[in-house]
Design a binder for this molecule. Structure first.
Ligand SMILES: Nc1ncnc2c1ncn2[C@@H]1O[C@H](COP(=O)(O)OP(=O)(O)O)[C@@H](O)[C@H]1O
Ligand SMILES: [Mg+2]
Length: 386
């Protein structure tokens, strides 16, 4: 509408601007004098804030702020910033005439005359309460799905862990009993060492499990990829049947990555569980980590990356199924075995971390999943490289 007008009349007469502003109902557009008093008012402002022009003209714009914001000096701060820097932007609660509040996105720009003197400020405010609420709902749903997936992973782990704890307890009880019966101090000492060793392994296991289970906020820290893999392997070993061999291929001198460690660990566990589930009977899972320089060949990414690779000797993924595996709730597993959330979460995590996840699969040959994450600009001592 505006551009069509502009092509016909390159210079818009002043009253056309007035008409334009007066026809906008989705944005509050009004002018303030340099002291922050309302000078003009449009229908959008009336619709959003509930005041008619004659009720607000001449009043200070702090009228629209919450008492708390007024007390904190927020309106004055915004005004000062706009006057000094030419523009100020703000997002926050504002109060309507009837006392109800809305979430506003506001911009304040200085207006100058031909001589460059500041004659006032243009204020544009938008009510984005709905947008904010749906974003928050989406976050809440994501957090719930994340939690669901974590519970599934924990469930998968604890079966194997219970078994291992049983073994450790058996070692402890039997060794203690034998030590009690033995009179040979050398043998006694060796049995004590077995007990201590088993106890320590148990402690290590619970520690790993607790770290993984804890509900945490997204927490980004620099970490060495190999360290992370070691912790994940510690957990995974208990969930793999004996028929499946685990191989590791780690490139030396890998750069650090900056990610949420808990989330990455969960993503890796899920890739590994998928590989395990795919293998029937005997098979091999290979885990690898490498560094790579990308120039757009993987999902348009470019720069230094680290990729985690999980490949299996399973049956591969059917080409009809392949396009759907990253969909939330898509699963080919029987009820109770799969939630269909693992890969969708891996995908979300990769995107959120400015990386990508790729899949290569061939029927009868197996599947290879790669998770690309940006390499940190910190060196291994944690110093920022220049
Ligand atoms: N390594 C793999 N080999 C074969 N199929 C796989 C592999 N990884 C994932 N899939 C397929 O992708 C689907 C979705 O995986 P995922 O999102 O982790 O959910 P779930 O494991 O709960 O089914 C799986 O049900 C399976 O059909
Ligand atoms: Mg899965």
């Amino acid at each position: 509408m505006v551009s069509a007008d502009c092509t016909d009349h390159p210079v818009m007469p002043a009253n056309s601007y007035e008409r334009l502003v007066q026809s906008v109902v989705d944005y509050a557009i009004y002018m303030l004098d340099t002291r922050g008093r309302v000078v003009s008012w449009n229908p959008g402002a009336e619709r959003i804030k509930g005041y008619r022009a004659e009720e607000v003209i001449g009043r200070h714009f702090s009228l629209f702020f919450t008492p708390q914001d007024c007390q904190d000096g927020r309106p004055e701060r915004l005004l000062k910033q706009a006057l000094e820097q030419g523009v100020a932007q703000d997002e926050g609660w504002r109060v309507r005439k009837d006392g109800t509040q809305f979430w506003a996105l506001a911009a304040l720009d200085v207006i100058r005359d031909e001589q460059g003197r500041v004659i006032g400020l243009a204020k544009v405010t938008r009510d984005i309460t709905d947008r904010r609420e749906s974003a928050m709902q989406l976050d809440a749903v994501r957090a719930q799905l994340f939690q669901a997936q974590k519970l599934e992973a924990l469930g998968q782990l604890t079966g194997g862990l219970a078994h291992d704890f049983n073994n450790l307890l058996t070692i402890i009880i039997n060794s203690a009993r034998m030590a009690q019966e033995s009179r040979d101090p050398v043998r006694q000492r060796r049995l004590m060492e077995h007990i201590l060793d088993a106890g320590q392994r148990g402690t290590e296991l619970t520690k790993q499990l607790l770290t993984f289970a804890r509900h945490r906020q997204l927490e980004v820290t620099p970490i060495a990829p190999t360290e992370l893999l070691a912790a994940t392997r510690g957990l995974l070993e208990h969930a793999l049947p004996r028929e499946i061999a685990l191989e590791e291929h780690l490139q030396p001198d890998l750069p650090l990555i900056e990610v949420d460690v808990g989330q990455l660990q969960m993503v890796l566990l899920n890739l590994l569980f998928n590989a395990r589930d795919a293998i029937e009977g005997q098979g091999t899972i290979r885990m690898g980590i490498s560094a790579v320089e990308l120039a757009g060949e993987v999902e348009g990414l470019s720069g230094h990356f680290v990729y985690f690779e999980v490949s299996d000797s399973g049956p591969g993924i059917d080409p009809h199924v392949l396009p759907r595996i990253f969909e939330p709730f898509f699963t080919t597993k029987p009820f109770g075995k799969g939630t269909g959330l693992g890969l969708s979460q891996a995908y979300g995590f990769a995107k959120q971390s400015d990386g990508a996840i790729t899949v290569q699969s061939e029927i009868g040959k197996g599947t290879c999943m790669r998770l690309y994450l940006p390499a940190s600009r910190r060196d291994t001592d944690g110093q920022l490289e220049r």
